[in-house]
Design a protein. Structure first.
Length: 87
């Protein structure tokens, strides 16, 4: 591993640690990916985020957007079922 790779790795680990401090209580854990050292994931929600490529604010924004989209989709399915448009 050359110095650029080492710096990238260290930055990814640092960002991941920060993200897990914020998101760990919500169920996010270290993805332990040797090729993508900055990834975290949520087992039940099937969400994987690459914290290396995102600022902490972007990580939080991504989680909120995923939550909004999934919530919107679930409501739409419920309404369609209630209207008899789905089995």
């Amino acid at each position: 591993m050359d110095s650029q790779d080492s710096e990238r790795w260290d930055r990814a680990i640092s960002r991941k640690k920060s993200a897990l401090e914020l998101l760990g209580p919500l169920g996010f854990v270290d993805n332990d990916d040797g090729e993508e050292p900055g990834t975290i994931w949520h087992r039940e929600c099937h969400i994987v985020l690459d914290t290396e490529r995102m600022s902490p604010a972007q990580v939080i924004a991504a989680v909120l957007e995923i939550g909004r989209e999934r919530g919107r989709s679930e409501v739409q399915v419920s309404i369609r079922k209630a209207l008899g448009l789905m089995d």
